[in-house]
Design a protein around this ligand. Structure first.
Ligand code: NAD
Length: 335
């Protein structure tokens, strides 16, 4: 089996590479049906800068630097074909809001270019697993948002993701690809440094205090979020390949199950692990621009479709903090 990953040098891309190297296999709907070998033969990694080659991968790894909006680069990436394409390359929310043209080019034109190259591959339609976002929802929303709630994104990023979701559906309906779209909740706790995503603070206020550093809180504490740990996102990216196409029904998108939580509840979960001294490292620094973007995202969802398709989430915010401590926390000197 051949797998390609765009955005492979990014946060989720790197975690997915590590997960696939660890397991060496990816059971898919078709391997389950035909009894074919789910062992991975080749992983092709693509990003703006050449993704690092994983050490000790139990299969062949190709790495390629290129622009997702460049069809020639994508044709080279998929020259040997692919059974599964993970499309993770994107300009994240606040960067896409700051630079409209960049967001449109990477998030929309890039996805369209990749869909076209996938469409022209010989052999069976490849699985196309696309990372979408809660940002596709917005405007007047019901108490609990459903998979089939109308999409009215209130940001350029959300709009670009929503357009791509429709394209993945139509390319799937036509049999060009076998698409699967995961609407990701806000991912918390993201390791590393703060980034340009509007939701970056949601990881910072757990990660930095637990690692002995200060974190800025740009939104009010009653801001509600819908969050999922990286550990469960990785489970979902792998599980997405195993779901039979028919199970998705008329729409290839699924909103993953997250935890509905307020910033105040996140801070209480932090206190249970890191104590009040960790909480004291959070500094209120109101940023109306971030508050407006994040405040437009819904925080309560009816995720019965995800449950029906076999996706699982975190039990609660404490489990999310614990997953960070176990998987990603950088131990502090003296601890
Ligand atoms: N992390 C989250 O909370 C979250 C939530 C919802 C959706 N998503 C989506 O999941 C996917 C992965 O997110 P992430 O958190 O790993 O983001 P990330 O920013 O860490 O990774 C994205 C990668 O895309 C690459 N990229 C950007 N422009 C490119 C271009 N022109 N050509 C090729 N590569 C390019 C970047 O270099 C980066 O490595 C994205 O599509 C994102 O929109 C993430």
């Amino acid at each position: 089996m051949r797998i390609a990953i765009t955005g492979a040098a990014g946060f989720l891309g790197q975690k997915l590479v590590a997960r696939l190297c660890e397991s060496g296999r990816l059971p898919t709907a078709s391997t389950a049906e035909t009894g074919a070998d789910p062992a991975i033969a080749e992983l092709a990694l693509f990003d703006l800068c050449e993704p690092p080659e994983p050490e000790g991968a139990p299969f062949r790894v190709r790495t390629q630097a290129g622009d997702i909006a460049d069809p020639a680069a994508l044709t080279a990436l998929l020259a040997d074909g692919a059974d599964v394409v993970y499309h993770l390359a994107a300009v994240v929310s606040s960067a896409a809001e700051a630079d409209f043209d960049l967001g449109l080019r990477v998030n929309l034109d890039g996805t369209r270019a990749l869909l076209e190259v996938c469409r022209r591959l010989p052999g069976p339609a490849p699985q196309f697993i696309f990372a979408s976002s809660v940002a596709v929802y917005g405007g007047d929303l019901p108490e609990a948002v459903r998979d089939d709630t109308a999409l009215a994104p209130q940001s350029s990023y959300g709009t670009q993701k929503a357009v791509c979701e429709l394209l993945v559906n139509d390319y799937s309906r036509r049999g060009f690809i076998d698409g699967r779209v995961l609407r990701l909740p806000t991912i918390v706790v993201r390791p590393g440094r703060p980034n340009q995503a509007a939701s970056s603070f949601a990881s910072s206020i757990i990660r930095e205090p637990l690692q002995g550093e200060t974190a800025a809180l740009p939104v009010p504490e009653d801001t509600a979020l819908f969050v999922l740990s990286p550990r469960r996102v990785l489970d979902a990216l792998c599980h997405a390949a195993a779901v039979p196409a028919e199970a998705f029904g008329a729409c290839r998108s699924v909103m993953l199950s997250g935890v509905s939580v307020t910033v105040a509840e996140m801070i209480r979960a932090l206190a249970r692990v890191g104590g009040e001294e960790a909480v004291a490292r959070i500094e209120q620094r109101p940023d109306p621009r971030i508050a407006a973007i994040v405040g437009g995202w819904p925080a309560r969802f009816d995720t019965r479709k995800a449950a029906r398709l076999g996706f699982t989430g975190d039990a609660d915010m404490d489990a999310i903090v614990q997953a960070f401590v176990e998987d990603d926390m950088v131990p502090q000197a003296g601890h």
